[in-house]
Design a protein around this ligand. Structure first.
Ligand SMILES: Cc1cc2nc3c(=O)[nH]c(=O)nc-3n(C[C@H](O)[C@H](O)[C@H](O)COP(=O)(O)OP(=O)(O)OC[C@H]3O[C@@H](n4cnc5c(N)ncnc54)[C@H](O)[C@@H]3O)c2cc1C
Length: 434
């Protein structure tokens, strides 16, 4: 009798999951296990993130039940709980997906030391191409995207892993999958697959031309599902082949993962230090977080984040540049706020994108400053995106909404004046960078 443990982390799916497929192969009994470790899923997350996770776990449990199994849930320290389950069922092997954060690599090391059985780490679960699989001559990772992308596009991608046809659970206490109720973005593999199929059919072909249009909002919104692995990045990339530009975004995701895998400290330290002495400006940070900076395009993005747990990529670039380069506030403060609220909050994508925006990361033009007014006029030309998220200005027509300081006080309806002079902020940043 061979029993294995399939430890789910952020790979909450039964389709194309190499970790699960390997755990099932040749095993008589399998324990699909999720450990709710408060150090990850604890109080730091906004309510929307918790709901999304719980829905994803409930959906995974339903899929496993359809296969004859259940999702076994434990609470507490992941290493201790995985060890206990492996011991209890006398597991021959424990399978887990390899991951790139410092927390995940420490967990992996501790499990390797502690487990009384074979331990198999699958590095091909979270990304299209495993981190570390592609390296340039003389380095352990790519630090610039374009050469990475060329190699990535030419690389041989793995075959998709089969969905198990049956799972037999040993006798074990199952534990509670927390119920999830609420509105908003539905979590889980079922919702992810529906979204992938419908979006690829309806919108992939026009992605290259309209992915930056803020009001149209036609990007895939697959990121929360990709973050929790409700759908496999490899499957999305294969099925998205009609749009090279869309598939390229998935290469960015892999790129950031391979940077963090090679430089785990980049989650908190500057990847390329520029000698910054960030301003410790609590008032500016609070205004930015609340969407009260007086720059409508920035406030629209920040309010979208608070309302939906999501923000359009173009808005993320604008608000990120504004915080780090116009207000000259540390990117770590921005990343922490995003991480708390974003449904797709992901250490590799969040930190490495913040570093890119702040010019301490992989951007080859680290001192570029996005002018929010020019960005607004280009990517929200009619002002629709701003009116959607900034109700004070909803009666202001057309692009006048981007310059409320030119309006009469009555038209501004209590909307604040800008907390910073854009030109002065830019000049201060460029002077600081020398
Ligand atoms: C400051 C900042 C912080 C960010 N934080 C996160 C984060 O925590 N989690 C996250 O998933 N993305 C993050 N991004 C990247 C990007 O904004 C989102 O992935 C994207 O907006 C998600 O929307 P979508 O699924 O509709 O993307 P689409 O445009 O449909 O792209 C498809 C997929 O490609 C990937 N992708 C797209 N753009 C990027 C990118 N720049 N970097 C890496 N992967 C990308 C995502 O997985 C996305 O789901 C951040 C970007 C910035 C500028």
């Amino acid at each position: 009798m061979t029993t294995t443990v399939a430890v789910f982390t952020r790979d909450l799916r039964v389709h194309d999951n190499p970790m699960l497929a390997a755990a099932v192969l040749g095993a008589d009994e399998v324990v699909p296990l999720f450990v709710r470790d408060a150090r990850i899923t604890g109080s730091g997350f906004a309510a929307g993130r918790k709901k999304f996770l719980n829905e994803s776990l409930t959906d995974l449990d339903t899929s496993l039940r359809d296969l004859g199994g259940r999702l076994v849930v434990r609470e507490g320290d992941a290493v201790k709980e995985i060890y206990e389950v492996a011991r209890e069922v006398r597991a021959a092997r424990v399978h887990i997906a390899g991951d790139v954060s410092a927390f995940a690599t420490a967990r992996e090391k501790a499990l390797r030391d502690a487990l009384p059985c074979e331990f198999v780490v699958h590095d091909d679960v979270h990304t299209v191409v495993p981190p570390g699989a592609l390296t340039p001559t003389g380095s352990d990772h790519f630090s610039v995207f374009s050469p990475y992308h060329r190699r990535w596009a030419d690389a041989r991608w793995r075959a998709e892993a089969p969905k198990p046809s049956r799972i037999t659970l040993p006798k074990i206490r199952v534990g509670a999958v927390l119920s999830a109720k609420g509105n908003g973005f539905p979590g889980g593999e079922t919702a992810a697959r529906t979204r992938m199929t419908s979006w690829l059919r309806s919108s992939a072909e026009s992605y290259a031309s309209d992915h930056d249009a803020l009001a149209a909002d036609r990007t895939s919104r697959l990121s929360p599902y990709l973050h929790l692995g409700c759908v496999s990045a490899l499957e999305v990339a294969r099925r998205g082949e009609k749009s090279a530009e869309f598939v390229r975004q998935l290469a960015w995701r892999d790129f950031h993962h391979q940077v963090l895998a090679a430089r785990p400290a980049a989650a908190t330290s500057d990847y390329r230090p520029r000698g910054d002495r960030w301003l410790d400006d609590e008032d500016a940070l609070s205004a930015w977080q609340a969407g009260e900076t007086g720059i409508p395009i920035v406030d629209a993005g920040m309010r979208q984040l608070l309302a939906e747990g999501w923000m359009h990529n173009r808005a993320r670039l604008i608000v990120g540049s504004f915080l780090t380069k116009t207000l000259y506030v540390d990117w770590r403060s921005g990343a922490a706020h995003f991480f708390r609220h974003l449904l797709d909050g992901d250490i590799a994508n969040n930190c490495m994108n913040w570093q890119w925006v702040a010019g301490t990361g992989t951007d080859t033009r680290p001192n570029r400053v996005l002018n929010p007014l020019r960005q607004a006029e280009r990517f929200d030309p009619e002002g629709e995106y701003v009116r959607r998220y900034v109700p004070e200005l909803s009666a202001v027509d057309g692009k006048r909404v981007h310059r409320p300081w030119d309006l009469r006080a009555g038209e501004r309806a209590g909307y604040p004046m800008p907390i910073v002079d854009l030109a002065e902020g830019r000049a201060r940043f460029l002077a600081a960078r020398g």
